[in-house]
Each structure stands twice: as C-alpha cells, then as structure tokens.
Design a protein around this ligand. Sequence first.
Ligand SMILES: [Zn+2]
Length: 401
Amino acid sequence: MSSADYSLVLRNGHVIDPSQGVNRVTDVALQDGRIAAVGDSLGPGLVEKDVRGKYVCPGLIDLHGHWWEGSSWGIDPDICLNHGVTTAIDAGTTGFINFPAFRKTQVSAATIRVLAFVNISGVGIPTTLVGELEDIRFARPRETGHVIESNRDICLGVKIREGAMTGPYGAEALGKAIEAAQSVRLPMMVHITKGADTPHILRQLRPGDIVTHCFQGRGDGILSPDDARLLPEVSEARKLGVLFDVGHGAGGFSWDVARKAFEHFFFPDTISTDLHRYSIARWAFDLPSVMSKFLHLGVPLADVILKTTRAPAMAIGRGDELGTLKPGAAADLFVFELEEGSFPLEDTHLRTESAARRIRPFLTIKDGTSVEPGSYPVRLRELYECDHDLFRFIEQTANPR
Ligand SMILES: [Zn+2]
C-alpha cells in the first residue's frame, strides 16, 4: 500500500509552460501517464526528483522531420527521445502508396509519438535522385484524402514540397494539394525552396496552413531578392493566419535571412529541425541545438519554448493533449540545463557563429516514463556515393543569400 499521491514529482525546477503562463520555480506531479498538478509543495510522490537549477517544460514537439526509413531521407524517430522531443511529426515522407507500411512498421513500432502529414505525391519523398512531383501523375488528391480519412488519429494534413522537386508543375501540384487538404478539412504544410513561386503559393494558402523553411537562403524565400524586405505576400499571409515554420534541415536555415526577417519584426511561429539522413550527417543536430540558435539570435527562452511546445500543438489541433502541463494532458516533459560557454553553431550556408548559451538535455519524460539522454543509440543507414550529391549541392550553393 503506497501513501504517495503521485507516481512522480519533479521538485524545484524552473517550470516554463507558455500554455498556462507559468514561468517560475515550482513542482510538477505526474500520475497514470498524465500531468496531475503544477504548483508549490506537491506530493508526496512514489518517486521524487529534485531538479533544482534546471528547467522543466512540456515535452517538445518537432513539427518537421523525416521518420520513414523506407526513404533515403528517413531516420529512426526514437532518437529524438534523447533530447526532449516526445512528439515527432513526419513531414510527408510518405504518400498514399507507402503510408500504410510507414504506419505499420515505423509509427506503431516507435516509443515516441509519431504523427504525420501525408505527401500529395503518392510515393512521398523516396530519394534525392528524382523529385517526387517531376511527374505530375504522382499528385493524387483523392487517394491522399482517402488515406488521411482512414488514419485520422495520426494524420495532420497534406504535405507538398515546392521547388526543383515539382519540375514545371509547381502551380498544378499546389492546386491538387489544396484540393486534398480541403477534402479532409485539414491544413497543408508547404516547403518552399529555390524554384518555388513563393508569392503565388502564399496567395493560395488558407488560415492554419504552414510554410516551412521560412529562413532558407537559397532563393525564392520570404525576402524580396532586390532589397531583402519581406515579400508583401508574407505579411498578408501572416495576417490571414498562415503559420511560418523553421524546418532547419540541410538547406533551410540562414543566419542572414533570419536576422533580416527579425529586422522586419518577423519571427517564426514554430521552430523545427527537419531532421533526416542528410541533415543529421552534416550538422548532427537535434531540436535543442536548433532552439539554441534562436536563443543566440536573441529570442527569449520562454518564446523558444512556446515555439516548440504550445505553438506546434495548436498548429496540429492537439492543444489540450500535447505541448502543455495542464492537468490531464499527456505526461510528456523535457528537463534541461542552460549551459554557458562558447558553442559553435553552423547554419546551412556553412557559416559558424559562437553562441554563449546552449540547451543541454537532462531528462525526457514520455507518457510518464523517464528517458535519459543516450538511451536510444543513433543508428543510421550507410551513405552511398550518390548521397553525396546533396552535400556537394549544399557546398556549391552556400554563398548566395
Ligand atoms: Zn523536410
């Protein structure tokens, strides 16, 4: 017979929960895989951890990554549990053809919670060798809508990449993605890279749609090429309720573009990694290191937490359950330290800056179960000669803004 009120109590941590406006030293109590309470002098707990000097926030939600190992891009999502992420969102690595296998072999097998945007291309994003929409016949609104409808518990909307991977079909493919998203009444996530008709795309988007790679610097991004001002369509889209996501990846984050955007008071709604086989190879990064880049750019810690917890939870319509420490929510937490020193942080234009602070993971809790950093070894597939084409491309195109 236990006299404990809770299964676990984290004591004396600096709790930051933007969903409730909490930003102070207090306790968090868990019971039955749920948040039970946030407040002073809670307890007793069956297990108690004193986390004095550390920060405690809701488990992180990484809005953009690639978690289907049947694609040359995909990696095992469970490695994210090493660094505070409790919900990993797949950004369209699969489409209607391979989504069922993704669900069966990867989503169901994962310890981390995996949710997904389904690609408008039936094959998803299988490879770097051929763009998934270079043949427009792969764009299938009805089948995409059907798969989403049949998997509503984990499907969040429709993904489309706009750029070289759409060949000449950018506008047509976008129309099909919108058709699919409207048919299931869910948002769309749109990747914009060089070759995208970004002003046209922005004019088509609806409230709740998400633009990812908002600080990419290889052309056709959010800044005007002439004077580096924000495109007027960017401000219009934001007013309408379109969201802007970081999606760092292997080519999606430029210090220069981020700083220019900040000068125009344009900050991202959500901060995500776009972690995949290529971005992890070059940058070996994780969500806390991308968050640290935004601390370095001057974004306050509570806002960085907001953009990796509450904001992505709201963007995917799961604000009651995820990204919050409200009683009854999933017992997902991230405990971390703010380490001081000198830390090199590189953008995807191969420019390194030295940051004075870094977020250092201490403990992840997923559905009430504790995971120490390093619990999930990173095992990556081998790289082939053709995989290096992407790294060569990144190096060759590193310099233009
Ligand atoms: Zn991506």
